[in-house]
Structure formats: C-alpha cells, structure tokens
Design a protein around this ligand. Structure first.
Ligand code: NAP
Ligand code: GDD
Length: 392
C-alpha cells in the first residue's frame, strides 16, 4: 500500500514542526511549504530534514507563499496530497495591527487560495483540509467557557482575517462537499514556541536572568488570561480531526485559564524563586522576594546562586532594587483579548482527544529547555564568542 501524503503549510513554525514529526512517525510522506528567507529558517525541522539527494525521502520541502495562488495550485497539483494542514499564517496578534493588509491576505485570502486549488484540480473527493483556526475568534468573549457554538467577536486584524478563514472553510465544506474542518485551537506553547509570544518571552528571559545575563523583563498586560496547552498535544488533535469520516469544527483547549502574572510566578516556582508583584497598572513590578535554594540548585545550579542572593538582599533592604518584571506600554494592544478559556468536551467525546500536559508540565518543559539554551549562550560568551541579543 502506498504511503499517505500530507502537505503542511507553515512547516517551519512551531506546530508545523511537531506535526511533521508526528506524521512521519505515522509513516506519512510529508511535504512542507517553506517561504524563501534570506537565512535558513528550518531550525525547528532540522532533525527531520533529509539531504535532498536521498531517494525515498519522507520529508520534502517546496518554496511557496500563501499570498501566491499559482504557486499554491502548482504545489497541490504536484503533491496530490491526501491531507492538507494549513498552518501557515502571520500568527502574531500584536504585529497584525502593524501589518493588517498583509495579514488579511495571508491569513484570510490565503485559505481561499488553497481551497480553490483543491476544487479546481478536481481533488475535492480526495484531499482533506485542516484549517488552523483560533480562540482569537472569540476575542471579546460572549460566553464563558467558549465552545463551538459561542459567537465570535474578534479583536485584531489577525482575528478578523482568521474569521474569514474559518467561514470560507465551512462554506467550501457545505458548497462543494469537501472534507474541510476547523480546529479552533486555544493558545499552545512549547520549548520551540516563537520567541516573541508571551510564554516563551518569559521563559527565555527568566533563564537569562537566573544565569546573570539580564536584569529585567519588560512585558505588557499582566492581567490577560489565557488557556495554555502544549503544542505536542494539540497537533495530535489536528490529525484526529482529519481522520473522522465527517468534516467538522472542534475546540481544542485545556479548560484552565491563567494570567500572565501567574504564569511568571509559576515559572519562578520551578526555579525555586518566590516572585512578588507590587504597584498597579504601568507601575506594577515583580521582584525576587525569596529563594528555595535546593530547588534553585537542582534546576539552575549552585554556581548561579550568589547573584540571586544579592538581588534578594537588595530587595529586603529596599536599596538598589532591580525589578525582575517591569511593564512597558509598548507591548499593549489597541484592542485586547482579556480572557480565554475553552471547553473541549466535543473533541474529547468525538475524537477521543486527551492532552497529556497540564500547565505545570508545560512550564517545566519550557523553562528547563531555555535554561539549557541560555547556558550554551553563556558558555559561548565566556569563551569569547558573540551571542545574539534578540531585542524585541
Ligand atoms: P508560527 O510558529 O508563527 O508559524 C507560522 C508558520 O507560517 C511559519 O512556518 C511561517 O514561516 C509560516 N508563514 C507565515 N506567513 C506565511 C506566508 N505568507 N506564506 C507561507 N508561510 C507563511 O505559528 P504556530 O504557533 O506554529 O501556529 C500555527 C498556526 O496555528 C497559525 O496559523 C496560527 O495562526 C494558528 N494558531 C496558533 C495557535 C498557538 O497558540 N500557537 C493557536 C491557534 C491558532 P516562517 O518560518 O518563514 O516565518
Ligand atoms: N506577545 C506578548 N508580549 N504578549 C504579552 C506581553 C508581551 O510582552 N505582555 C503581555 N502580553 C499579553 C498579550 O497582551 C496577550 O493578552 C497575552 O499576553 C498573550 O499574548 P501572545 O503570547 O502574544 O499570544 P496571543 O494570545 O495574542 O496569540 C496567540 O494565541 C492565539 C490563540 O488564542 C498566537 O499564537 C495566535 O496565533 C493564536 O491564534
């Protein structure tokens, strides 16, 4: 029997990388759409990427872009995929306020381009289509928790573009009888999460801070609440959605919501740090107010304790206090999504989907990985090599 073929757009992103790995393990041949970039951007799939001259490869990349319909049509024609996972998107909510037209083109019309390619190539009965829909559709939430029937109220150019994408997927399913489904995924993170999303920004910065490479992390709205899961669990849901006899739309979420402030505190706990917040609104600051030395030594290393003890000493005598966290309004959004919490009962019942990770497990996975990464940076810096700052 010939192997199943999947085409993943956005394969170089967080979800694309985990999904490619998952499908290759299931014996798929995975084709991926990759944008041309001035540097290599295949770091997340490097462990799966094979030398292009090898026969029988199970991962094949194609240059392409969601804004180029002829290119998309040609790739779909060449690959003749059994399944398409459309994960490509300009996925940063804040950036979508700066690039609204581009976001509409790639995240909204881009979906139409793929659906039309499937239809025009006569693949409607063969190719199953998954659209990466989002909890950002709920925006100004109309119901708590949010499920498949909750009305949408997007709050950003990204959310509005994804609203079009959601409905055009539903429309092609109904109009042309296509196997086209939406996964309405709530926030999901991992050690390979993009560095400018808040969770990864926090775990990277806190790793640098405990290693003495940075003093303070600047963030935006500390009170926003998100329903965070692990990307590894969420790509399994994408796969399950396309294995159903009937196409449909599913919420994928953990059912727990947590503020950014509490995410920071929980990350601190894993490092043995007690973090205390003082002040209000843009004057709010977080300080290291205690240390559990045994936990710190185990997860960070006793050689880094001195710096933390000094900060603690300054904190208690209220002198030369360096905040761990400070608010910078540049990270606020013109319209904010204050709270998301999903109800994934339908996915659990119909797909049999169950997440393995809870928030504690997710944070542990992310912070321990970033401590390792930053230790590598520290090692290079101490050896006289340049390391990148990645200022946002
Ligand atoms: P991500 O890490 O930002 O990855 C996005 C991917 O899309 C990257 O491979 C990127 O390529 C590619 N891309 C961007 N614009 C493109 C274009 N015009 N043409 C072709 N490729 C393009 O995002 P993610 O977290 O993996 O999310 C995957 C999808 O799920 C996205 O559609 C996102 O909107 C949606 N989603 C994510 C979450 C979440 O919490 N992660 C929740 C709900 C929905 P480069 O590598 O070249 O930048
Ligand atoms: N990025 C960022 N940076 N967000 C911050 C910061 C900061 O410094 N400080 C506070 N936040 C708040 C944001 O205002 C928002 O309320 C929350 O943290 C989460 O922001 P992000 O991590 O950027 O994610 P998002 O929820 O806006 O969008 C992500 O999840 C969506 C699903 O709900 C993205 O992955 C989207 O692509 C996805 O659709």
């Amino acid at each position: 029997m010939s192997k199943k073929k999947a085409l993943i757009t956005g394969i170089t992103g967080q979800d694309g990388a985990y999904l490619a790995e998952f499908l290759i393990k299931k014996d798929y041949i995975v084709h991926g759409l990759k944008r041309r970039a001035s540097m290599f951007n295949t770091e997340r799939i490097d462990h799966l990427y094979q030398e292009p001259h090898i026969d029988d490869r199970n991962l094949i990349l194609h240059y392409g872009d969601l804004t180029d319909s002829m290119n998309l049509t040609r790739i779909v024609q060449e690959v003749q995929p059994d399944e398409i996972y459309n994960l490509a998107a300009m996925s940063h909510v804040k950036v979508s306020f700066d690039t609204p037209e581009y976001t509409a083109n790639s995240d909204g019309i881009g979906v139409l381009r793929i659906l039309e390619a499937i239809r025009l190539l006569g693949l409607s009965n063969k190719t199953r289509f998954y659209q990466a829909s989002t909890s950002e559709l709920y925006g100004l939430v109309q119901e708590i928790p949010q499920n498949e029937k909750t009305p949408f109220y997007p709050r950003s150019p990204y959310g509005v573009a994804k609203l079009y994408a959601y409905w055009i997927t539903v429309n092609y399913r109904e109009a042309y009888n296509m196997h086209a489904s939406n996964g309405i995924l709530f926030n999901h993170e991992s050690p390979i999460r993009g560095e400018t999303f808040v969770t990864r920004k926090i775990t990277r910065a806190m790793a640098r801070i405990v290693l003495g490479m940075q003093d303070t992390l600047y963030v935006g709205n500390l009170s926003a609440q998100r329903d965070w899961g692990h990307a590894k669990d969420y790509v399994q849901a994408m796969y399950l959605i396309l294995q159903q006899d009937k196409p449909d739309d599913y919420v994928i979420a953990t059912g727990t919501t947590t503020s950014i402030r509490d995410f920071i505190k929980m990350t601190g706990e894993k490092l043995g740090l007690l973090i205390s917040f003082e002040g209000k609104d843009i004057e709010e600051k977080g300080y290291i107010a205690g240390v559990n030395e045994a936990v710190f030594n185990e997860n960070v290393g006793s050689q880094y304790l001195e710096n933390i003890k000094m900060r603690l000493e300054n904190y208690s005598v209220k002198k030369a206090r360096k905040p761990l966290i400070s608010v910078d309004p540049q990270y606020f959004r013109p319209t904010e999504v204050e709270m998301l919490i999903g109800d994934a009962s339908k996915a659990k019942k119909v797909l049999g989907w169950e997440p393995e990770y809870d928030l504690k497990g997710l944070i542990e996975d992310m912070i321990l990985s970033d401590i390792k990464l930053m230790k590598k940076d520290a090692y290079l810096r101490n050896g006289g090599y340049r390391i990148l700052n990645y200022f946002e």
